[in-house]
Design a protein around this ligand. Structure first.
Ligand code: ATP
Ligand code: MG
Length: 426
């Protein structure tokens, strides 16, 4: 008797099985190929960081730091956290590795992020982001390039209805002036504010602008707008971006209430939004964060970037049925009873060595022809190759298409089969 204990996965975290993993792989491939084409380089950093990093880089009064982090103590009592996003770690890493002392950098990362949120469609506790961070460019040219790059990504994925919203938060000085009038405005409407908004009123009043509460949304419509508080230089930066986008054929809408959840943004911020996902429609978000490097102890370095929510893109591809799965296997190797297991393995190895990129499953163990063909069909392989005793003596094998009826069962020399497969695989 075995004492069985069935343990299930954690809430808000998911397994990605082969049925679905092909979508993730194709999506990641398309996006990372485009990143290379624009000259961006990959950076990898740890999943765990000192909690302090996120407090200082993301900001104390943010959803992420206040209530969403997976934080715990090490055996020595040090507070560490699972990364909830990638910008803080990228900044730490480029500083720690001396990467932006003299040189600009165009970097990307990909991987799981962790936030203790209420799980729902498009909102998981472990989710994947592909992020880009650029250091050492004032913009707005590089900001425009980031938006061109993301637009090209949506096109390459086959997404049509995605909308770009942009705004400018100006410099810190602009935001300070705006903050003060905003506080006055919301003080005059304090009866409408919910607890969340009240708690932000004096610490992070800009966040009230993107409240989802309908009553608050109604008064936000009458609130003073950031663009009246932008300095000339901030206005010029934003206008420059808008002009470049128009010239390059990127459609956008200016949304004056777009503020982004994290504290470190300045100048342009943006979101790509789809209507096809319901409430969790933001698939990519980012903006400029010129102060952050200095705040983290580096010399002043302009910076800009974005993060894509990969889980949400996968949902979109599935919901809209955008892609067809292509076969994972080219050949399933079937063996006559009289052909030894070793001979099968040797033949498969020889084919793998001569046909570059061939994806082949070899039948394991014994089994009648009928059951082997059944398994071959189920594997999704395009062709079955049949090793029979007689054939082997004459240096030939049987081959038959499974996926469609393009090739009836025929006999070919090993050389011919090799050449045929080379054509099929290339
Ligand atoms: P939201 O307003 O949806 O909570 P956010 O402002 O917290 O988003 P960012 O920190 O800007 O999100 O992260 C960038 C992107 O990562 C989001 O636009 C979204 O696509 C994705 N993302 C963020 N949190 C989650 C999550 N819990 N599950 C899945 N994707 C997420
Ligand atoms: Mg969030």
């Amino acid at each position: 008797m075995v004492l069985a204990i069935k343990v299930t996965r954690l809430r808000g975290m998911y397994d990605i099985t082969p049925d679905e993993v092909w979508i993730w792989q194709r999506l990641e491939q398309i996006i990372t190929d485009l990143l290379s084409q624009y000259g961006y380089q990959e950076i990898r950093f740890p999943i765990l960081e000192k909690t302090q990093l996120f407090h200082s880089a993301i900001g104390e009064v943010t959803d992420v730091v206040e209530k969403e982090m997976f934080t715990f103590e090490t055996r020595k009592g040090e507070s560490i956290s699972m990364r909830p996003e990638g910008t803080a770690s990228t900044v730490r890493a480029v500083l720690q590795n001396g990467m932006i002392f003299n040189d600009p950098q165009k970097l990307w990362y990909m991987g799981p992020m962790f936030r203790y949120e209420k799980p729902q469609k498009g909102r998981n506790r472990q989710f994947s982001q592909i992020g880009v961070e650029v250091f050492g460019y004032q913009g707005p040219d590089v900001d425009a390039e980031l938006l061109l790059l993301t637009q090209r990504m949506w096109q390459a994925l086959g997404l049509q209805k995605v909308r770009l919203e942009i705004n400018s938060l100006g410099t810190q000085a602009c935001r300070q002036a705006y903050r003060d009038v905003l506080i006055q405005f919301f003080e005059a409407h304090v009866e409408v504010l919910d607890d969340d908004a009240k708690s932000r009123l004096y610490t992070n009043p800009l966040r009230i602008l993107d409240s989802k509460n309908p009553a608050i949304q109604a008064i936000v419509k009458k609130a003073p707008q950031i663009n009246d508080y932008l300095s000339e230089q901030a206005q010029a930066h934003f206008n420059g971006l808008c002009e470049m986008l128009s010239a390059c054929g990127v459609d956008y809408q200016i949304n004056r209430n777009l503020v982004r959840g994290l504290d470190y943004y300045s100048h342009n911020v943006f979101e790509w939004v789809t209507e096809d996902l319901g409430a969790q429609g933001t698939i990519c978000a980012g903006g400029r964060y010129d102060q952050l490097v200095e705040m983290q102890g580096g010399k002043p370095t302009p910076a800009t970037g974005f993060a894509i929510g990969v889980d949400r893109l996968v949902e979109l591809v599935k919901d809209l049925d955008l892609w067809q799965r292509s076969p994972d296997v080219d050949v399933y190797l079937i063996r006559d009873k009289a052909v030894s297991v070793q001979l099968g393995l040797q033949f498969a190895e020889q084919l793998r060595s001569t046909v570059a990129g061939l994806r082949m499953l070899t039948h394991m163990g014994q089994g009648s022809f009928k059951s082997q063909f059944k398994k071959a069909d189920k594997s999704g392989a395009r062709f079955a190759i049949i090793l029979g005793e007689n054939e082997i003596q004459h240096g030939v094998v049987g081959i038959k298409s499974l996926f469609d009826r393009s090739l009836e069962q025929t006999t070919m020399s090993v050389d011919d089969v090799t050449n045929f497969l080379k054509q099929q695989v290339s």
